[in-house]
Design a protein around this ligand. Structure first.
Ligand SMILES: [Zn+2]
Ligand SMILES: [Zn+2]
Length: 152
């Protein structure tokens, strides 16, 4: 899968296999988002997200169902779920069409491109354990922050 000669840098899908995707570019940013919405949507402490260029991402199979809400930062975020098994696979931010979000747990190999930052740490639960080695942002990524300002 991580054959260096393959143009596919990332691939994955939902739990039941109805939905499959691939991405031809490496993530522009990998992060853990501790915002209130990610806690609700994932049902756990945070979402681990890989942010990739929209142009490099495509679905190979299946269709997601999207739910749209306003994030802690005021962005319009649509999260895509498999209508069959309910896995949250993909996300879009209306204000940032140049990138899409991949739920890291849906990657076939989620060990690659590990997160480099934690965002919305002010919303984290007291029992949420974070890697002390990662840069922390109490809210979203501030202007001039790491690479793209893509966090919610
Ligand atoms: Zn599924
Ligand atoms: Zn979030």
């Amino acid at each position: 899968m991580n054959n260096p000669s393959s143009p596919v840098k990332l691939q994955g899908g939902c739990a039941c296999g109805d939905v499959r995707y691939e991405c031809m570019a490496e993530p522009v940013l990998s992060l853990n988002c501790h915002c209130s919405a990610c806690q609700r949507y994932t049902g756990t402490a945070y979402a681990s997200v890989r942010i990739v260029p929209s142009a490099a991402f495509r679905f190979v199979r299946g269709e997601l169902r999207y739910h749209t809400s306003t994030s802690n930062a005021g962005h319009t975020v649509s999260r895509g779920f498999c209508p069959n098994c309910g896995s949250q696979v993909h996300g879009r931010i209306a204000e940032k069409p140049e990138v899409v979000l991949i739920a890291a747990g849906t990657l076939d190999d989620a060990s690659v491109y590990p997160p480099s930052i934690d965002v919305f740490t002010s919303r984290a639960q007291p029992w949420d354990v974070m890697n002390p080695g990662l840069a922390k942002f109490e809210e979203g990524i501030p202007a001039g922050g790491p690479s793209t300002q893509t966090a919610e």
